[in-house]
Design a protein around this ligand. Structure first.
Ligand code: RUB
Length: 274
C-alpha cells in the first residue's frame, strides 16, 4: 500500500509521525528519482494527504529550500530531538498519584506519560475517540507501562472524569496538536469539548507539540472524512465527519514545546514572527 493511502486510512497517524514517515519516504524517493520535478509533485501529494498537518507542510517547505539528503536527515533529527525535549518538560507537569486525561493518540503525549511513569505512579484516562477509535491504540500502548493505571471511557463519559470521582477525577489534561494557529489549537475532533469542560471545572488543559506545528497559513482546511466512518447511509440524512476541531486559546493553559512550556501569549507572539 502506498504512503498516501496509509496516511488516509490512518495506518500512519498522528501529526508528527506523518511528517517523519513522509521524510523517510521522500529520502527513498529521491534516491531513486532525484530531487527534480517528480520530487516536487510527490511533496504536493503528501501535503494533500493530510492538509491539517502543518508539521508535514513545514518540513517539506524547509526541505524545498535545500533539497538534499543532508537536509532530510537534519529534519529527522530535529523531530527526534524535539520529541525527547517535550517529554522532559511535559513529565514535570504530572504529579505522583495524580490523574492525567488525554484524547486520541498523540505520540508527544505518549512520550510524556512514559517518561513520567519512570519515577511516578499515576492514572491515565483516555476516551475511545470516535469514530476511528485511536484511543484504543493509546490504552493498549499504555497498558504495557508499569506504574500507570489505565482507564478507558467512551467519548461521552470523558466529561464525567472532569466532574465526578466515579471514574477518577482528572487533575490535568494533556493532548496533542495537529496545528498551532492564531485562532487556537487544531487537534482531533472532540478536543474543543474537552477543553470547554476542563475550563468550566478549573482543570488545567495543556497541549504537547513542537514549534514545527506553528501554522502561519492563512486558510485552515478541516479534513472531512468518509461518512461511512460515522454510520451507514440513512435516507434524508447528511452525515458530516470532520476529523479535527479548533480550540480557542482562552481554554488552554500552556503548550509544552521543545523550548519549554509556553503560555498562550508567548505562542501568539511567536506566531507573528516569521
Ligand atoms: C491524531 C491527533 C493527534 C495529533 C498530534 O489524529 O489528533 O492528537 O495528530 O499527534 P489522527 P502527535 O489519528 O487522525 O492522525 O503528537 O503524534 O503529533
Amino acid at each position: 500500500m502506498d504512503i498516501f493511502t496509509r496516511i488516509k486510512n490512518l495506518e500512519i497517524q498522528g501529526a508528527i509521525n506523518i511528517a517523519e514517515h513522509s521524510l523517510i519516504y521522500l529520502k527513498g524517493f529521491a534516491k531513486k528519482n532525484g530531487f527534480g520535478h517528480k520530487f516536487d509533485l510527490e511533496c504536493d501529494r503528501l501535503i494533500a494527504a493530510r492538509p491539517t498537518g502543518v508539521a508535514l507542510y513545514n518540513v517539506i517547505r524547509e526541505l524545498r529550500r535545500d533539497k538534499s539528503f543532508r537536509k532530510i536527515d537534519e529534519l529527522l533529527n530535529k523531530i527526534k530531538n524535539n520529541k525527547e525535549k517535550i517529554s522532559n518538560y511535559g513529565e514535570k507537569l504530572i504529579k505522583n498519584n495524580s490523574t492525567v486525561q488525554t484524547h486520541c493518540h498523540s505520540s508527544n503525549v505518549m512520550d510524556i506519560i512514559k517518561k513520567a511513569a519512570e519515577n511516578k505512579k499515576f492514572t491515565v484516562i483516555a476516551d475511545v475517540t470516535e469514530p476511528m477509535h485511536q484511543g484504543i491504540k493509546t490504552v493498549k500502548e499504555l497498558s504495557e507501562i508499569k506504574n500507570i493505571e489505565v482507564i478507558l471511557v467512551t467519548d461521552d463519559a470523558a466529561g464525567l472524569a472532569l466532574s465526578h470521582p466515579c471514574i477518577s477525577m482528572s487533575d490535568i489534561l494533556i493532548l496533542g496538536a495537529d496545528a498551532i494557529r492564531k485562532d487556537g489549537i487544531v487537534n482531533k475532533i472532540g478536543t474543543y469539548l474537552l477543553a470547554v469542560a476542563a475550563k468550566e471545572r478549573g482543570i488545567p488543559f495543556y497541549i504537547a507539540a513542537s514549534t514545527l506545528k506553528y501554522d502561519r497559513r492563512r486558510r485552515l482546511v478541516i479534513e472531512m472524512r468518509k461518512p461511512s466512518e460515522v454510520h451507514r447511509k440513512i435516507k434524508g440524512v447528511k452525515i458530516l465527519n470532520p476529523a479535527f476541531d479548533v480550540t480557542p486559546w482562552k481554554f488552554i493553559n500552556g503548550v509544552i514545546t521543545e523550548d519549554g512550556t509556553k503560555k498562550p501569549e508567548q505562542v501568539l507572539r511567536e506566531l507573528k514572527q516569521v
